[in-house]
Design a protein around this ligand. Sequence first.
Ligand code: SF4
Ligand code: SF4
Length: 468
Amino acid sequence: MKEMSYLCGVLNQNLVTLHTMEENKNMSRREFIRRMSFGAGSAVALMAFEPFKLIAKEQPMNPADIRMTYRVQHGSGEQISLLGFGMMRLPNNQEEVNKLVDYAIEHGVNYFDTAPMYMGGQSEVLMGNALSRHPRNKYFVATKMSNQNQRQWTLEASKQMYEQSMKKLKVDYIDYYLLHGIGGGMDNLKGRFLDNGVLDFLLKEREAGRIKHLGFSYHGDVRDFDYLLDNQAKYHWDFVQIQMNFLDWRHASMRGGRRSDADAEYLYDKCEKTGVQCVVMEPLRGGAFGRMAQELTDQLKAVHPDDSTARWAFRWVGSHTNILTTLSGMNRMDHLEENVKTFSPLDPCTEAENRLLASIADQMSGFPTIPCTTCSYCMPCPFGVNIPGNFAYYNEAVTNHTLPLPDKSDAGFAAAFAKFEDGYKKALADKKQWAEQCQDCEECLSKCPQQIRIPNQLARIVETLQKK
Ligand code: SF4
Ligand code: SF4
């Protein structure tokens, strides 16, 4: 692992809470599926290593007690918290969002990421309301041009989206602005940004200072990624957002039966060679690490009995020096508290820990799960199928070895099948959400950032349910 670079707050006692993500394991399967159903070079290097101490919680926190790890943005010298707040899913309650944002800012988190398409536009509103209660120099706003829908491919529609973001976020400049979800192929890239003048417009907005940093988030066709970075002399990207975690590092493959074009290692290395810092999304692989098979979790527990898999995953990502920030969707206070603890300061992975995580990734890649991150971008399905709910249930059965397999003895198979079928009916209580309702209309296909062949994967589930 490359040399670490940290800029940490003053060493002092830290607020530590004992909540952990292990609570998730106590959530019933049905509750889990229900939650999945949405109906829809571093310039400054200081290191701080001090064991966490438990102290009584006191409010408000003294700024000198903030121990968050920061990275320095190369161009501006801004200090960005290595933990970024991803706001794709928030409680639909302003007071709750305010509390989360207040806690985050108080503990040194200063990067907040949203997009017009999150929560049907409500995420920008909630985030704008919460952040605007704080001094503007306390936070960095990241939002995106989410003009994925072909109806939005005109310059006028895209400009309108950009201006709406400013209004909803209650800002007169955006710190980090992204072309959202690059990777649909060159025709898509040209249609959304190049031929219609949208990218030229955004470059001018950056020149005018209304966009401080311009970048893009990437999913999919690596030719788009290469094209944009190979033209760095023309575009001067300030950052690039990539999906990176210890599984996708070398196993971002076989997404929905189709080999992905690039592993995270390729994306990260190319950004680093181009001199562009990375923002990381999906550090927990859509929660997949929290649902790992017990035998894999046991290997991690043998080294650090008290650490959650989330803490392992964050430490692994943060150990890479070309990462500017790591986005985590935190819609519960206990998750936010644990994540703040992990990054305050970040304890980088050792070589031995990296080897263990690489081994875990190799083992995980042997499980025939569907690589769904439960992002719900594909929803709603016009025929009512609960796509992430179906995939979450199937994946849980794979990792828990409860998938009925034909090579079991007749008696074993019958029992496993009954259990699988019964669990499916409980998890997806409404028959309208079942995989069998899929009409293969393919409307969901282009919406999936993981490029999962959704109808084919739903067919896998239907087939499993018909093996009786
Ligand atoms: S392909 Fe199937 S799951 Fe996808 S939108 Fe159509 S009916 Fe729904
Ligand atoms: S868009 Fe893809 S990754 Fe996201 S929930 Fe749907 S199938 Fe899963």
